[in-house]
Write a protein that binds this ligand. Structure first.
Ligand code: X2X
Length: 344
């Protein structure tokens, strides 16, 4: 009897230690840790900053969010971010669908090559039923999703020569992000992909260990990629990664309904603002971000429809293979939503 009691006490103590401080209902932490991959020089980091500031103001400091850019709460390993949010190592995050797709396979939807032809197509997914389905999936997976943001259409860049067709990619070494889907795409195009984190990507590009990479132009300019050899950009818009504003479940449960509402409304507002910042200079008639990149001495290639079609064809098998992983029903729903979209 005594023994059992002791065991119970011991296991309760072990549990208390295992749970992050956040898991105590009604108790507010002095600081909440927010993870992002990039900082406030980038639209993504600005979105996180806007969210944190709105929450701090509106809760009169009850909820004090500190941003940890560089995915530093997971030592830069951005593909472990989602697990860390679930475990409570991270309290809140603004994360890319790409980085969380190793754990949430449906998020690979956004990385199906050439699924989304334009910005209206992204909106048709995130702001429609597909977005709602994704949030239900994320909730089931143990986080509280609140709002969508955007990293952007990921354009391919390299140090060697202009890319017009898949043949131009043959043999080039590319840094790709966490999901094996990207290995499949770049392999299908005849290139040599290597997976690495954002933190490792920059030195690898600078040293010439890899020739190229893919990222939105807002990342290209803020990270000054022209200074690490990236003199060729091709606007192929093959995939775009939305961002998702989330909170750890226990942290969420520890807040009053009033504060939860403030955090949610602030996330929605920060998401809307962040998307505007991310798209700035990238939608006609304002293409100033593209001309700014050209002014840096970078050769920017816009594909003709026939050239683009070659990339679509070359990656079609990858699209089909990964549709099964995502779930064919969800892919069908996404394709329908895109076909019915209202043009921006
Ligand atoms: O690592 C990248 O390429 C970045 C910053 O775009 C993401 O986190 C997906």
């Amino acid at each position: 009897m005594m023994r059992r009691k002791l065991l119970l006490v011991l296991s309760a103590a072990a549990l208390a230690f295992a749970l992050p401080a956040a898991a105590q209902p009604g108790k507010y932490q002095a600081e909440y840790r927010m993870s992002t991959v990039v900082g406030t020089a980038f639209p993504w980091g600005k979105g996180g900053e806007i969210w944190a500031n709105l929450v701090r103001e509106r809760t009169k400091g009850r909820i004090n969010i500190k941003m940890y850019p560089g995915a530093s709460l997971v030592a830069g390993d951005q593909t472990r971010e989602f697990t860390a949010i679930r475990q409570g190592v991270i309290d809140l995050a603004v994360g890319s669908t790409i980085n969380w797709s190793p754990q949430v396979k449906q998020l690979n939807l956004f990385s199906l090559p050439f699924l989304m032809p334009d910005y209206a197509a992204i909106d048709a997914l995130t702001q429609g039923d597909v977005g709602k389905d994704m949030f239900k999936i994320l909730e089931k997976d143990g986080v509280v999703p609140l709002a969508w943001g955007e990293n952007g259409f990921r354009e391919v860049t390299n140090s060697k020569h202009a890319i017009h067709t898949p043949a131009d990619m043959k043999g080039l070494k590319f840094r790709v992000v966490g999901s094996p889907l990207f290995n499949d795409i770049f392999t299908a195009l005849g290139a040599n992909p290597t997976q690495m984190s954002w933190a490792d990507a920059q030195p690898a590009l600078a040293s010439g260990a890899v020739d190229g990479q893919e990222n939105p132009l807002s990342i290209f300019t803020a990270a000054k990629m022209q200074t690490i050899g990236q003199k060729n950009v091709t606007l192929w818009g093959y995939v775009a990664d939305p961002l998702i504003f989330v909170v750890n479940k226990e942290v969420w449960a520890s807040w009053t309904p009033e504060d939860r509402n403030i955090v949610k409304e602030a996330a929605l507002e920060a998401g809307r603002q962040e998307i505007q910042i991310a798209r700035k200079g990238l939608i006609a008639p304002d293409l100033s971000t593209i001309t700014d990149v050209e002014k840096l001495g970078v050769n920017v290639v816009t594909l003709s429809p026939a050239e683009r079609e070659q990339f679509v064809k070359a990656t079609r098998k990858v699209y089909q293979k990964w549709s099964k992983t995502v779930g064919q029903d969800l892919v069908n729903k996404a394709e329908k939503a895109i076909a019915a979209r209202k043009k921006l």
